[in-house]
Design a protein around this ligand. Sequence first.
Ligand SMILES: Nc1ncnc2c1ncn2[C@@H]1O[C@H](COP(=O)(O)OP(=O)(O)OP(=O)(O)O)[C@@H](O)[C@H]1O
Ligand SMILES: [Mg+2]
Length: 409
Amino acid sequence: MSFSIPRQRPRSYKHNSRRGAFLSHNDKSDLSISTSIELLQSEESFLQILSAIGDLVLVKGPNSKLIWANQAFCDYYGMTAAQLRGILDAPFSEPDHTQQYVSDDAWVFDNKMVLSIPQEPVTRHDGAVRFFNTVKSPIFNAAGDVIMTVGISRDITDQLEAQKISEEQRARATYSSKMATLGEMAGGIAHELNTPLAAILLMAEMIENQNNSLASPDPEIAENAESISVATQRMSTIIKSLKGFSRDATNDERASFPVRELIESTLELCGPKFKNDEVSVQVVQDNLDFMVHGQIVQLSQTLLNLLHNAYDSIRGSANKWIKIETCLASASFEIRVTDSGQRIAKDIAAKIFQPFYTTKGIGEGTGLGLSISAAIVKNHGGELFYDSNKSNTTFVIRLPIPKSQKEAA
Ligand SMILES: Nc1ncnc2c1ncn2[C@@H]1O[C@H](COP(=O)(O)OP(=O)(O)OP(=O)(O)O)[C@@H](O)[C@H]1O
Ligand SMILES: [Mg+2]
């Protein structure tokens, strides 16, 4: 899990109004950890109050050495106050995190200001990486030198998760409503276009009939009329696919259909564009009669996302091809989309399924394609993944074999 929100600059400089309440030392350099502990312990009731606080309270001396932690902090790290005393960080913590805490503490010491850290990673005693919201404040002696820091932290991991889920839900809802609007528009266009298309088709048939009734029919006219009919029927098919594709199909009934239908109807939508840009699409003919069980519109959205991603990544290159192949194994059926691109860099590949992650320019990609596609395939009991073992970029839609086909086998 990695969140990377940059550190906020400190909000303000604050003198500690309690300075001198339990510290009278003037020189920070000769304030040893044991002296600090003694001073703190003399304020027994004060420490009891701090220990009762549910948030994590931690007092550190110069060079980030831990001096005192409240009960909540000890419980969180599964260590006693004595075990924590004098060390830099819990031994099981990530070294990078420790380094960051040390440099934050040094910043508070050097700048004599409060440091507000909206989100910092920490390692809990069970090894889980969690996130704290922390405020580190300087504690001054009478001379105005910083002698200690006090950090107050709260575990905000659950809150961040909840925020992430609600952002994803909102994004999905926006995406669905965008698709539904597109569907409505496509429906309207289809309705408007169907009438003139039917008229063109009729005219083409009339020309063909008139030509055929001549004593010597003109083969060129027959051929042209045929071309008009074919082109018109193709336009009807595209409009039908577009209408089907762009509506919200989340609640569609599941049905069985040959994988050929899924691939062909998806290619109806993007094939011409790819051809225009000289991107060749090869469909390996094996297993195309395999019967998939699911929501064809949803799966077509998934396949279209993969094809578009492939197209986007290779369209500027010299050798441009996309291959769609299927693979039937004992427990699963796979649709593999490979493009001529040379794999995805490791650090990028680690993030591509995160919602909103995109390497495309503003207005070019929302970064939702793969996360929504993965959710669709998961809903079908399968998984969508990037196959990093291949030398070309390959994405795989893996679906379970429908029960009926398992029984038939
Ligand atoms: N075939 C591919 N080759 C190279 N990179 C890819 C490929 N497919 C996906 N990616 C990377 O994964 C990122 C996320 O893809 P995703 O489909 O989720 O969003 P997007 O394509 O950027 O935006 P959108 O789908 O909204 O248009 C892409 O920006 C790209 O960096
Ligand atoms: Mg995409």
